[in-house]
Ligand binder design. Structure first.
Ligand code: MN
Length: 131
């Protein structure tokens, strides 16, 4: 069975791009456009991994990550922060909030697939990485 990835993102273009990359690599993708909805979908669907935008319309991605990590049922799910805020210290903020990894936008296909695969304990499908 293919891994199930939840992407919490309010920007439709980013959602489309990342979803396309992940689906082409054979992953199942769940979408949320707000932080609270993301936490709720994670609780319901138990995804294998969560990609988390930081700037969201309701609670931000750091708060959403902190809520996930505070839940014994959800804290095992790897959370990778995805943000355009490439400011100094941003990575530290993400990790302090409980995120397991960090990717800067714009999203680079190979970097995304390599990071996702490594958190899922998989080897990157080379055909997908080359496309
Ligand atoms: Mn955003």
């Amino acid at each position: 069975m293919s891994a199930k990835i939840l992407y919490v993102e309010d920007n439709p273009q980013n959602m489309r791009l990342v979803k396309k990359i992940l689906m082409a690599a054979g992953y199942q993708v769940l979408e949320a456009t707000e932080g609270l909805a993301g936490v709720a979908i994670a609780a319901r669907e138990q995804p294998d991994l969560i990609l988390m935008d930081i700037n969201l319309p309701d609670i931000n991605g750091l708060e959403a990550a902190a809520r996930l990590k505070a839940s014994p049922q959800l804290s095992w799910i790897p959370v990778i922060a995805l943000t355009a805020n490439a400011m100094h210290g941003d990575r530290e903020h993400c990790l302090a909030a409980g995120c397991d990894g960090y990717l800067a936008k714009p999203v680079m296909k190979n970097e995304l697939l390599n990071t996702v695969a490594s958190f899922l304990g998989q080897v990157v499908p080379q055909a997908a990485a080359r496309r």
